[in-house]
Write a protein that binds this ligand. Sequence first.
Ligand SMILES: [Zn+2]
Length: 367
Amino acid sequence: MYRINAKRLVKTFTDMAKISSPSWKEGEILDYILAAVRLPGVTARKVSCGISHNLLITLKGAPGKRPVLFSAHMDTVTPCEKVRPVVSSTRITSDGTTILGSDDKAAIAMFIESIRHISETRVPHGPVEFLISCAEEVGLRGMKEFDTSLLKAKHAFVFDSDGPVGKIILRAPYHSTMTLTVTGRAAHAGMEPERGINAINVLADIITRLPCGRIDHETTANVGTISGGRATNIVAEQAACVLEVRSLDRRKMLSTESLIRDAARKTATQWGARCSIRRALEYSGFSIGKDDRIARIASEAMARVGIRPSFEVSGGGSDTNILNRAGISAINLSAGMRNVHSTKEYIMLRDLVNGTKVVLSIIETMR
Ligand SMILES: [Zn+2]
């Protein structure tokens, strides 16, 4: 039902893939997107976010339809310098030395092609907003700092999941981080080790007692980094580790955190050391029902263009978590990207086309 200009879509994607855009250095890709959407009826504004910007694009649209928001992020993980996209008859890869950046430029290419398609063919639509965030890959920073009162839409479709187009993420976890800092007592390691309390040993003992890995079907924990000590001839006075806890269930995240707190404090005390704990909530989880309006619109829009929706749960966070927290009903949809965050990343051409159809279909389905 939509005749997608696949050649132009692929060119938009590969143009953007070639632009290096690590987190906080999105200036060049932002200018590319701004130039691409300079069309009648389209307004775009940069919204400052620290040393970078988020980008809000708006199509005015006819009254009577609910406003809808689409979102994707423009930063990528590394290595993302001098990406050379290789286009075959079915897929696009990098040359194997870098990521491709389909996470999440595939979504942005779909948005740009949808905007062009609308301006050429006059697809009937209400108010449409596209929010392109910066610094997503470094803790959702762009979206966290975006003032959502600038948005009209109360329903949002974030295209930032991997796999073939059709996947709908209904649930994503709560996520907290904890820093455990053990303070022991320094002493000369050769002359008077008895006087010392080795913080590295204490921390090692603590870590062996912590819940780790998959805790249950909706909860995980992981010690990610560890540091400490000054030299081999000093009994280490300090050691620290940073860990994370995730759960689809907020209470389980909190109870896992208290297990960790108790184990850390108790073990440190047994050694005569101290353990201080800093905790931060990185983002809140969300849970959307299959029958919620936002999920119904997504699956109906997919069915209209011949794509079978599949409902899934994610173990990762995205800008979707932040939007839901801000009171905007948001779900995460797959944008076709595969093997993301690796030099084996690729995207199928048909997913680029299908994703564009889904964007257009959601815009028409919105009511
Ligand atoms: Zn992403």
